[in-house]
Design a protein around this ligand. Structure first.
Ligand SMILES: NC(=O)c1ccc[n+]([C@@H]2O[C@H](COP(=O)([O-])OP(=O)(O)OC[C@H]3O[C@@H](n4cnc5c(N)ncnc54)[C@H](O)[C@@H]3O)[C@@H](O)[C@H]2O)c1
Length: 278
């Protein structure tokens, strides 16, 4: 059902790789809610995934850009503004990658070149997007910028590895830049801390299925899926949340406020019983 929440608004969506991507669902919802959007991803991801098909099917401009490269970002904003005939109203940063996770390097044996790259892609790129946008004055007053985070920024999650550090930095950038952008241009900057979600990036985490199951049992409302995350993003892009800024907003079915749940305890008791029987 559409509420026309984004009618007349223009936005840039980073991070559509394939139909599992959270950004894919956000892009779909943006269209449903009446927005005009431009999509962007790296040349490699455009070749590997199917964002091109999505763009063609919906007649959307797709501009290749590496989010760690400020020249690419400058070109992206300029082309997007030219296409829209003006500034943008919202941006989704849905970008992450961990080289140490990919190469199976544990947290106490990290390769630091990989780590620099991880932080650049998954956190500093958010600063670059904001800084380039601000220098080009590319976002309208009361615009909204959202990045996607995970609770490992606050609490240690087994096997989340260096991405925890990247997410902590990402959330900090939302606060630090949010202050400046809010004060000078009335632009909001927030992060959404999403439940574990089955996507290409998510599935790269070791033991991801168990993590999803655990989070599901711990969350009174159950895990939030990608489509639900997209709905939440839409509210943050809309005019209904104009005074929300510099926040890390948990979208996790209640997981982040839980200590132990009945369903998790039940599961734990079952394995405890099995252990006694063995
Ligand atoms: N899947 C989960 O469990 C989960 C949970 C919480 C938060 N998140 C976050 O959601 C966001 C989207 O991830 P997803 O799960 O949809 O996976 P995904 O793999 O579909 O999306 C990650 C995207 O990052 C893009 N990317 C990587 N390097 C880039 C670069 N240099 N420049 C531009 N784009 C680049 C990829 O091409 C891809 O489109 C990420 O920030 C992720 O950490 C995911």
């Amino acid at each position: 059902m559409s509420y026309n929440l984004l009618r007349g608004k223009k936005g840039i969506i980073f991070g559509v790789l394939n139909e599992m991507s959270i950004a894919w669902k956000v892009a779909e919802k943006c269209l449903e809610e009446g927005a005009d959007i431009v999509l962007t991803n790296t040349e490699l991801s455009i070749r590997m995934g199917n964002v091109k098909e999505f763009a063609q099917k919906n007649n959307i401009l797709l501009i290749p850009a590496d989010a760690t490269n400020c020249d690419d970002l400058e070109r992206l904003f300029q082309e997007a503004m030219q296409h829209f005939g003006g500034k943008v109203d919202f941006i989704l940063h849905s970008v992450a990658m961990s080289l140490n996770v990919r190469k199976k390097r544990p947290y106490d044996d990290l390769d630091y070149d990989f780590m620099h790259k991880t932080l650049d892609i998954s956190a500093i790129s958010f600063h670059k997007v904001l800084q380039v946008a601000k220098k080009l004055d590319a976002i309208n007053e009361w615009g909204s910028v959202v990045a996607l985070s995970y609770v490992a920024a606050q609490r240690t999650m087994f096997e989340y590895n260096e991405m925890a550090d990247a997410k902590a930095m990402l959330e900090s950038i939302a606060r630090s830049f949010g202050y400046i952008y809010g004060r000078e241009k009335k632009i909001r900057v927030n992060t959404i801390s999403q439940s574990p979600t089955v996507t290409t990036a998510g599935s790269g985490i070791k033991g991801f299925d168990s993590l999803i199951d655990f989070a599901e049992r711990m969350s009174p409302l159950g895990n939030a899926n990608a489509e639900e995350c997209a709905n939440y993003c839409i509210t943050l892009f809309s005019d209904l949340t104009r005074k929300v800024t510099m926040q890390n907003l948990f979208h996790d079915g209640g997981f982040s406020s839980m200590g132990m749940s009945f369903r998790a305890m039940h599961q734990y008791n079952k394995s405890f019983e099995n252990e006694k029987e063995e």
